[in-house]
Design a protein around this ligand. Structure first.
Ligand code: C2O
Ligand code: CU
Ligand code: CU
Length: 567
């Protein structure tokens, strides 16, 4: 496996920040194939700038992690060892897995222990990622380097005429802006006062990278792994390219675009037709931050109402500007190149029809105002005072298995938030401004999604189905600005097979109340004191209740809509 894309020459260039800097070779993350994946989270050292060591963390290395290649339908066995000296977790971002395999904050991996989940890969071919998700520590661990890509392959994708040779015509790009101090310390706590430090731009942990690309169709799997910055990618000559996949895999149809907007956590796959350039051409992948809407981190104004009051937002050569992300140098065509335009129809995936939804939820995304460092939270109403910060012991939403739901996300303050939900992929229905006018979706918002940009005062609706998995361990939904997540902009849900749990205390039934922290049947049974009668109103079957439990705790199962107790 070729690790480095060799540079023919080294050039000194002038960058937007006015510094003379050396161009570095693109770094291709190594690959791990399954079905057994051994991942060791370790502390390390990395030089972002020559001669300056930064303390970093990585999977099986100093920073980032190997690209995990998986086949849809395979059972995969993960051995995740924690050698970083403090508790953490690892989450398979975008994957549809059982709650105990999801790697959220409840599934702690203690130092010097190994977590060994195994699960079937149910997701469509696409680009996913993995990263830590420990309570209050996500930002630190991710920004210090713990992040890697997962490439899922499947038969539908394999049948298409698309580039897919890793490191030859298919390249991963983990794009991150970080705040790194002059002495090399990586900041992770969020602004202020680190605003002005969010000025180091990395692709696969390399600053000022250059990639040699063959003169043919070349695919890029792009992750915005930043803590806050939105990228608005395009070519330096503004030529069109093909957009083929969103967060959850191939788009229904190929799109021909000049821009790909990615908020933190979002992925997109594109194909660039380098066959139309001659060997020796220099081209750049840019981010057109100058075109981002106000209220977006990276735009000219990161807050809509107090644009002048964001401390230390400038100077930063990326804010409100177009800047280079990656340099391309066109080289000779490989053997057996893919030269054809990606197929018009890419996927048979069909969005869930809106009429199938039976439940609607509203989520309001709040931060405490300019400064943003305190009071970031998600509420169920537009009343900021009623919203609460994340609490590990509070489950906000109990979702019935197989529910199809519409969630309406409200951008309730002056800055954007990238909303992410675990367990499922969703389809965005629409986005509206504060007056109710439709704002067109970007190309990367048409297809399967697990993160969505919610602009200030915008309303974004998505539809999804909570199928297959249920249980006591909560799944998360949160802002993927990592320090917003850590500071409270996260809530949790459980998927439950039974609809209501009512605990009966000596004849007084708290009808409709939800007494247990985790309102699944299993957790209620575990929590019940012996002799307590618990009524479950459900049409489901409860094979997981052993007869022992039924006798010891006098569990009574009451079918929905009947008044007869079955004992
Ligand atoms: Cu990428 Cu809940 O995380
Ligand atoms: Cu996730
Ligand atoms: Cu946020």
């Amino acid at each position: 496996m070729k690790i480095y894309n060799t540079l023919f020459f080294v050039v000194a260039c002038s960058f937007g920040d006015g510094l003379q800097a050396q161009v570095n070779p693109y770094f291709l993350p190594p690959v791990l194939n399954g079905p057994v994946y051994n991942l060791n989270m370790q502390n390390g050292t990395h030089q972002f700038n020559p001669g300056i060591n930064s303390s970093t963390k990585g999977f099986n290395g100093n920073i980032l992690g190997p690209t995990l290649i998986m086949q849809k339908g395979d059972q995969v066995y993960m051995n995740v060892t924690n050698s970083i000296g403090e508790e953490t977790t690892v989450h398979w971002h975008g994957f549809h897995v059982a709650p105990e395999n999801d790697g959220g904050p409840h599934t702690v991996i203690d130092p010097n222990t190994t977590w060994t989940p195994n699960f079937p890969v149910l997701d469509k071919a696409g680009t996913y990622w993995y990263h830590p998700h420990a309570h209050l520590l996500t930002s630190k661990h991710v920004l210090q380097g713990l992040a890697g890509l997962i490439i899922v392959k499947d038969a539908e994708e394999a049948a298409l005429n698309l580039p897919r040779t890793y490191g030859v015509d298919d390249f991963p790009l983990i794009i991150q802006s970080k705040g790194i101090s002059a002495s090399g310390v990586i900041h992770f706590d969020g602004p202020p006062p680190e605003f002005n430090l969010d000025s180091t731009l990395l692709v696969n942990a390399v600053k000022n990278p250059q990639l040699n690309v063959p003169r043919q169709m070349v695919r890029f799997r792009i992750l915005n792994g930043s803590h806050q910055r939105v990228f608005n990618l395009g070519l330096s000559n503004n030529a069109t390219f093909y957009h083929i996949a969103t967060d959850g895999g191939l788009k229904p149809n190929r799109a021909t675009v000049t821009r790909l907007r990615l908020a933190p956590g979002e992925r997109g796959e594109i194909v660039v037709p380098f066959g139309s350039y001659s060997v020796g051409t220099n081209l750049q992948l840019m981010s057109y931050g100058n075109e981002l809407p106000s209220g977006t981190w990276g735009a000219t104004n990161p807050w809509i109402n107090n644009p002048q009051n964001v401390p230390n937002y400038t100077p930063n050569y990326m804010n409100g500007a177009a800047f280079t992300v990656l340099r391309f140098f066109v080289t000779t065509t490989t053997a057996n190149p893919v030269t054809g335009v990606p197929p018009t129809t890419l996927s048979s995936d069909v969005p869930i029809p809106e009429a199938q939804a039976t439940v609607t939820r509203h989520k309001y995304l709040f931060s405490g105002g300019v400064g943003g460092g305190t009071g970031v939270k998600i509420g169920n109403s537009s009343n900021y005072a009623n919203a609460t910060e994340f609490d590990m012991n509070v489950v906000t939403d109990v979702i019935t298995l197989d529910n199809t739901e519409i969630w309406t996300l409200h951008g309730a303050d002056d800055q954007y938030h990238p909303f992410h939900i675990h367990d499922i992929q969703f389809y965005i229905l629409d986005r509206r401004d504060s007056l109710g006018n439709i704002i067109p979706l970007t190309s990367n918002e048409i297809g399967r999604k697990d993160v969505v940009y919610v602009g200030p005062k915008e309303t974004v609706r998505f539809i999804t189905k909570f199928d297959d998995f249920w249980g006591d361990v909560p799944y998360m939904y949160h802002c993927h600005i990592t320090f917003h997540e850590d500071k409270g902009m996260m809530k949790q849900f459980v998927v439950n097979r039974s609809l209501y749990v009512n605990k009966d205390y000596t004849g007084t039934t708290e009808t409709g109340s939800q007494t247990f922290p985790f309102k699944t049947l299993r957790s209620a049974v575990n929590a019940a004191q012996e002799g307590t009668t618990i009524y479950f109103l459900s049409s489901g079957t409860h094979e997981e209740l052993s007869s022992t439990l039924l006798i010891q705790k006098k569990i009574i199962i009451k079918p929905t809509g009947t008044s007869v107790l079955i004992q």
